[in-house]
Write a new protein. Structure first.
Length: 398
């Protein structure tokens, strides 16, 4: 390491309930002993069912849906405002970690994936080509939603932390949004992409301003999907991918609509970067898609997002190091600057099942030019997986 150059970041994603169950000081000491220099703490979070080997007191955690884990300043919000967690102790975990001082603290900020706020504000959620509301997804085309995202990030930036990592500043893909999903039709890339397109009033207005006929495009999407659902066929994955590619080439309105979505998301992230003080960094998770190049499905364009803020923090969630290497190579190529790419790895099931595979994945990231790595997720990992992570970090430091 050259003189004056900062050490590469090694951060651990964590939920407030897992940290609080052990206490901020114990958590920070454990993370530092493993060789980690930072914590990426969820301060705006969605609900779920979490099996937590690390939680002291519970094994299955059902957190409150769509709340924030700090004390929001109500004066900074407009039509849409966050709701704070009901437990005051969980609203102060960030301050407790910051006061400990052992770890660099970043705020993991889920923006638009919020069922609670969607139910309260149905005029501002994504709607598919049939008008069905996706209440768990606030639509980034809505001015009120954009105002909420800006205010939330500025509010969080008041806290004593290094910066923010933004999740879901975009549209959610169809297959990753609702916690209870039912179908007896097999999903595929083509079908999920068309079902995931938003045609709410805000998106239609955005399209109209760009001289795109959203009504005609929505009608075409309905016809294509209705025809498929009525037919006695089941597209194989390679067939569905080919259908989608053909649609993108044959329907210029579809391609233009997708690019318009990408611009909207990049503009929102740029506005957040401008609102947050410069002494707080802003990184964005561009996608939950595998591989990362499919981020466009959510309205994310990697290079545009990396330019709009300090960079992209990419979950390279893969089962083996070879796939991590290939995805990292492509991501850096698309962004154009490896310094604007950070990585997130899962050092436990379903990814990177042993220490050797984790080490190979970290080596692959280094080869791609990616220096900063975070690991997901403290509360979800068994003790042996945390020990393996610590062993790998110690080996890396030698």
């Amino acid at each position: 390491m050259s003189a004056g150059r900062p050490s590469a970041l090694r951060s651990l994603y964590a939920y407030p309930w897992d940290v609080a169950s052990r206490g901020a000081r114990e958590f920070a000491a454990q993370a530092a002993q493993l060789g980690l220099s930072g914590a990426t703490l969820a301060l705006s979070c969605r609900a779920g069912r979490f099996v937590s080997p690390q939680h002291r007191g519970s094994r299955v955690v059902f957190p409150e849906d769509g709340v924030v884990y700090f004390e929001p300043d109500a004066r900074g919000y407009g039509e849409i405002a966050p709701q704070a967690h009901s437990d005051p102790a969980l609203r102060h975990v960030a301050e407790d970690l910051a006061a400990d001082g052992a770890l660099q603290l970043r705020a993991w900020t889920v923006l638009l994936h919020n069922r609670r706020l969607g139910a309260l504000h149905p005029l501002h959620v994504a709607r598919n080509a049939w008008g069905d509301a996706y209440a768990y997804n606030l639509c980034p085309s809505s001015p009120a939603v954009a105002e909420y995202a800006l205010a939330l990030c500025a509010d969080i930036a008041r806290l004593p932390l290094r910066g923010l990592v933004l999740e879901t500043p975009n549209w959610l893909p169809y297959a990753h949004g609702h916690r209870d999903e039912f179908a007896q039709v097999r999903g595929n890339l083509w079908l999920d992409t068309l079902l995931g397109l938003c045609f709410c009033s805000h998106c239609r207005r955005m399209a109209g301003d760009a001289d795109l006929d959203a009504d005609a495009l929505a009608a075409r999407v309905r016809a294509r999907v209705d025809g498929y659902l009525a037919a006695p066929v089941d597209a194989a994955p390679d067939q569905a991918a080919a259908w989608l590619l053909a649609d993108l080439l044959e329907l210029p309105q579809l391609s233009a609509y997708l690019k318009l979505r990408q611009q909207r998301v990049a503009d929102l992230v740029a506005a957040i970067r401008a609102r947050v003080p410069r002494d707080r960094e802003v990184w964005v998770m561009p996608s939950v898609q595998r591989p990362t190049a499919n981020a466009w499905i959510e309205g994310s364009q990697l290079a545009a997002l990396a330019r709009a803020c300090d960079g992209v923090e990419v979950p390279f969630y893969e089962a083996d190091a070879a796939r991590v290497a290939a995805d990292a190579f492509d991501t850096v190529q698309r962004v154009g600057d490896p310094a604007r790419v950070r990585a997130v790895l899962r050092p436990g099931p379903p990814d990177l099942g042993d220490g050797a595979e984790l080490g190979a994945a970290m080596d692959a990231l280094k080869t791609a030019g990616i220096g900063d790595i975070a690991f997901y997720n403290y509360g979800l990992l068994r003790p042996d997986r945390l020990r393996a992570l610590g062993a790998q970090l110690r080996a890396e430091a030698v």
